[in-house]
Design a protein around this ligand. Structure first.
Ligand SMILES: [Zn+2]
Length: 140
């Protein structure tokens, strides 16, 4: 299966250019170029051999070694080798998630603040902001 450049772009952007298994940064231009820095391939999350499709939602960018060592293993077990459970997020998803986390941080801060009284509000907000921040260790 050969993927067009626009297909590859979509697939690459799904994970902001990170291998979806080990999260190594990939080089868009080095597609399929084994041995070059950031070389990558399109990986079928659900292997074609067991019925996986060529639809975008089944395709991820993976570095060549991850793709080839995965064989017919599940994405879940391949990621687990790197202590990961999910794919790196796309830019859009990161933004959404960040919004969600700072909202949550604000809510937690507000609760702590209202329980602790006026003095606690600042502290609570600071703790909340920190929680929101720390929940996103993947963010660059
Ligand atoms: Zn990898």
């Amino acid at each position: 299966m050969a993927f067009s450049k626009s297909d590859r772009r979509k697939i690459y952007d799904r994970t902001t250019g990170y291998c979806h298994i080990c999260k190594k940064k990939l080089s868009f231009e080095n597609y399929g170029l084994l041995g070059l820095k950031g070389a990558w391939e399109v990986e079928h999350s659900n292997p074609k051999s067991i019925g996986g499709t060529n639809r975008l939602n089944n395709l991820y960018a993976a570095c060549i070694s991850c793709n080839r060592s995965k064989n017919n293993n599940s994405t879940r077990s391949a990621r687990a080798r790197y202590g990961r459970t999910r794919a790196p997020l796309s830019k859009e998803k990161r933004k959404e998630e960040k919004k969600g986390n700072s909202f949550l941080g604000g809510v937690i801060g507000g609760i702590i603040g209202s329980v602790a009284g006026p003095v606690g509000i600042g502290l609570g907000a600071a703790i909340g902001a920190k929680l929101g921040y720390d929940k996103n260790p993947d963010d660059d």
